[in-house]
Ligand binder design. Structure first.
Ligand code: NAD
Length: 424
């Protein structure tokens, strides 16, 4: 299904250029002060590090890693760390900028950051992964801290990786600093509900979108691309809400059944075999082709640039909720908007992750922990309020949902910069 020109255009597109183009668009729409606009185009800091690691076979491999802090006008910077062979500085820059808008959109006191290491964790032993994580942490250590910059999980990093980051930072300080990273295991200062938070936030926004569109979530058909942390848990929570999950995909395969998939069973199969590839009793698709199958709700939860001008015209969903960051290109955005698809943009849809990360940081700092119900109730409140704010701008200003979300997110960062003034 994937044609060569598509793959090439995906590789050539600078994601950071796309992020700046989005900022330019929103700046124009909201008559943003040109000086503040100029300020926001550039990351505040970016660090590239080499990470020498002793591999299990005795050789030395030097990995390359990045940490980018986009803006800290609202507070310490916050953003995930990604381990992936295709990580680039350009991508990390864009993701850091999106984090600035996302944190401000949901009203949490953070600026935006992101990190990444070019590596293939699937090909590494646990020991190699630990040594790489610890050396990377050590190389970027001076940028980190609960009051400075707080990493979290992203693609192919998990609670274990966060625990290694926390431990390495703490070894350097000489005491335990749990608040330096979020998404940790519960036993070392993690929060109840953090693992499910991104997906739960997605589902809260989908429920709000259904309410707005007078659609019934119960009985609606859903497809999810990407079956990792965000995607698989979104599938599970949606099916618990009574939606019928008809298709899911991972990096190797898509599976579809118009009558609905048994998500618990699919999750167990993925856990056991590491892939959806050999799952039986379903129609097999290409991982990206699944986006075009019939459904009411589509959740891209894998990677950037998955919906572009080639497949946007073929998408059948009424609602798209972007669990992934940057899954839709600007060209596809225009097509989807013209076709009347209701899009819940990434900085809104997937903000549940950073919101519960914020709750985790608050709990670590005060050393007082909340129950899962308290976390989920507070998350629902934040997501519902953020959705309502964006919907209001969408309806009042007659702009699409992405532009509306950016207007809220960029607007608050711009206000903070203006009030603080430019040093010196
Ligand atoms: P993950 O590593 O847990 O899962 C990624 C999944 O995507 C895997 O199942 C992988 O097999 C699949 N995948 C990779 N390429 C694919 C392709 N071409 N087609 C279909 N599936 C493919 O990562 P995650 O944490 O779930 O993150 C997924 C997306 O959600 C990313 O864009 C990430 O930035 C975003 N996100 C995650 C969080 C979070 O808290 N985990 C928060 C906000 C945003």
């Amino acid at each position: 299904m994937e044609d060569k020109s598509q793959t090439q255009s995906q590789q050539e597109r600078s994601i950071y250029d796309m992020a700046v183009a989005q900022l330019n668009n929103v700046a124009k729409k909201m008559n943003l002060d040109p000086n503040v606009h100029e300020y926001l185009k550039y990351p505040k800091r970016e660090l590239t590090v080499s990470i020498p690691v002793k591999m299990d076979d005795g050789t030395l491999h030097v990995f390359i890693g990045y940490r980018v802090q986009h803006n800290m006008a609202l507070g310490p910077t916050k953003g995930g760390i990604r381990f992936h062979p295709k990580v680039t500085l350009d991508e990390v820059r864009a993701l850091a900028m999106w984090m600035s808008w996302k944190c401000s959109l949901v009203g949490i006191p953070y600026g935006g950051a992101k990190g990444g290491v070019i590596c293939d964790p699937k090909q590494m032993s646990k020991g190699e992964l630990e040594r790489m994580t610890r050396r990377f942490t050590s190389e970027i250590n001076f940028l980190l801290g609960p009051e400075r910059d707080i990493p979290a999980p992203d693609v192919y990093t998990d609670a274990q990786v966060m625990a290694w980051i926390m431990d390495t930072y703490s070894m350097d300080k000489g005491y335990s600093v749990t608040g330096v990273v979020t998404g940790k295991p519960i036993s070392v200062g993690g929060s109840q509900g953090r693992k499910e938070a991104t997906a739960r936030g997605v589902v809260y926004t989908v429920a709000e979108a259904c309410r707005h569109l007078k659609m019934n979530l119960k009985g609606s058909k859903a497809i999810i691309q990407g079956f990792g942390n965000a995607g698989s848990i979104a599938a599970k929570l949606l099916s618990e809400e009574g939606a019928i999950v008809v298709g899911v995909s991972d990096s190797r395969s898509g599976i579809y059944n118009e009558k609905g998939l048994n998500i618990e069973d699919v999750m167990a199969f993925k856990q056991e075999t590491g892939s959806l590839q050999n799952y039986t009793g379903v129609t097999k698709t290409d991982p990206r082709e699944i986006l075009e199958y019939p459904c009411d709700i589509l959740i891209p939860a894998a990677y950037e640039n998955q919906i572009d001008e080639t497949n946007a015209p073929k998408i059948k969903a009424k609602i798209i909720a972007e669990a992934a960051n940057g899954p839709t290109t600007p060209e596809a955005d225009a097509i989807l908007h013209d076709r009347g698809v209701f899009l819940i943009p990434d900085i809104l849809a997937n903000a549940g992750g950073v919101t519960v990360s914020y709750f985790e940081w608050v709990q670590d700092i005060q050393s007082l922990f909340w129950t899962e119900k308290e976390i989920n109730d507070k998350l629902k409140e934040v997501m519902t309020r953020a959705f309502a704010n964006v919907l209001k701008v969408h309806l009042d200003k007659k702009v699409d949902m992405r532009l509306a979300a950016y207007m809220v997110g960029v607007g608050r960062v711009a206000e903070a910069i203006t009030i603080r003034g430019i040093y010196p």
